[in-house]
Design a protein. Structure first.
Length: 290
């Protein structure tokens, strides 16, 4: 049994339904608030499951990829997908994911958990900053003359993305995905808004594209490194991944359709932040008691 003893009264079907609901709610809230579902997949699973953190991280990476793939596909349908961005992200992410997985195999689960706690703490602060500071400012990119290191985002008005900034963002996202399985959306978006000076409309498809690539590479590369192939852990893949994947896909699609009707985004934001804080406390307690 790999479910928390606090839920021992539930039947196997009950566990599966619970995981489906959790994953759907996480993906729904994450995509609705604009930070992606990865931010809460791990703390929710740490809260409910007793399987190793590194295995939880791998499952989370798959869930992050599924959500990012759906969002990227929608961007492609709407012709908002930038293929040069994907190419640069791919070139940078391949060696970074290899390095991140090598590093991950050298550190123990306590260090991984501490990294997750630190990132979640940063994320909760950044969410508040984004909501109450960044949204009150109009982000305008300075007019630039196109150079060889610029990727064209828009022709009218002209808007470019520095290829070196994109490479740095891709590196950060790949490392975060490799080490934590959370995806890098909550760090990529503030980086694009604060330093690259893009608006949310232009930043979102870029963020989804990078997350999709880094998480896919992590899924492909991680089972080939270390001494454990998580895909071969049939009970976890069947009883944990499958229901959570169904829930994550359903939650992502639901958020896409519901988002345009939600007017009070502050409520969703604070639900998300409170859940993050509860998860941080839970993991800190586990670290101290362990």
């Amino acid at each position: 049994m790999f479910f928390n003893s606090a839920l021992s009264s539930l039947s196997p079907v009950g566990y599966i339904i619970l995981l489906l609901i959790f994953a759907g709610a996480v993906a729904f809230l994450g995509n609705l608030s604009g930070v992606g579902g990865g931010v809460l997949h791990i703390p929710v699973m740490v809260w409910v499951l007793t399987i190793p953190v590194k295995e939880i991280k791998f499952v989370s990476t798959i869930l992050v990829f599924a959500s990012a793939l759906i969002s990227t596909a929608i961007s492609a349908i709407k012709k908002k997908l930038n293929y040069p961005v994907i190419l640069v992200a791919l070139v940078v992410a391949i060696p970074t994911v290899f390095f991140g997985n090598w590093l991950n195999n050298k550190i123990n689960e306590r260090i991984t958990t501490i990294i997750i706690v630190v990132l979640l703490s940063y994320i909760s602060i950044q969410l508040i900053i984004n909501q109450y500071l960044l949204k009150k400012k109009t982000v305008v990119q300075k007019e630039l003359v196109k150079k060889w290191y610029h990727i064209v985002l828009n022709d009218n008005p002209p808007k470019y993305l520095n290829i070196f900034s994109l490479a740095a963002i891709s590196f950060i996202a790949a490392m975060i995905t490799s080490l934590t399985g959370m995806g890098g959306g909550v760090i990529i978006m503030p980086f694009l808004l604060l330093f690259v000076k893009l608006n949310i409309k232009d930043s979102t498809p870029i963020s989804h594209s990078i997350i999709m690539i880094t998480s896919l590479l992590a899924i492909i590369i991680e089972p080939t490194m270390g001494d454990h192939n998580y895909f071969l852990d049939t009970p976890v893949m069947t009883n944990v991944l499958v229901p959570m994947l169904v829930g994550a896909v359903g939650g992502t699609i639901s958020a896409i359709f519901v988002k345009k009707y939600i007017k009070q985004e502050n409520i969703i934001l604070w639900i998300l932040i409170i859940l993050i804080w509860i998860s941080i406390v839970k993991m800190i307690v586990d670290l101290v008691m362990g």
